[in-house]
Design a protein. Structure first.
Length: 134
């Protein structure tokens, strides 16, 4: 799983998106082997990485679907919620901004509310996002 992920990231960096996509799909086909919660490198990790790849590739609809699958598996998975937030902010669909605010508030709650949004670059970014989305 680690080498497939690394190969996919390298293929993307080398501007070979079809190869990267194929590698991510091979990796995600190993769902049973990736579904252990005892490691950071679980199915949600690789699925959210794939969603980010799709987003960077300009495939917003496919990225949204991947994020949705990830959140079905673990609705509180922060990397997937961050990906969902980015996709919603980029969306021009009606209600996307409001939904982005809801996702940002959900992330803030996972981080311990307003008090948990200090002392960390990512959490401070979330505090800025919340201010901008109000």
């Amino acid at each position: 799983k680690f080498s497939l992920h690394l190969e996919a990231r390298l293929a993307e960096a080398e501007r070979r998106p079809k190869r990267a996509d194929g590698l991510y799909r091979r990796l995600l086909a190993m769902k049973t082997q990736l579904s252990f919660w005892i490691t950071y490198y679980s199915y949600p990790f690789f699925l959210s990485e794939y969603a980010e790849f799709l987003r960077r590739s300009g495939e917003a609809e496919a990225a949204r679907a991947a994020v949705h699958r990830c959140l079905e598996f673990n609705p509180d998975y922060p990397p997937a919620l961050w990906a969902q937030l980015e996709l919603l902010k980029a969306s021009e669909a009606g209600g996307a901004r409001q939904e982005a605010g809801e996702v940002a508030r959900r992330l803030a709650d996972l981080y311990g509310g307003e008090a948990g949004l200090r002392g960390n670059r990512l959490r401070e970014r979330l505090a800025r996002e919340l201010r901008e989305l109000q």
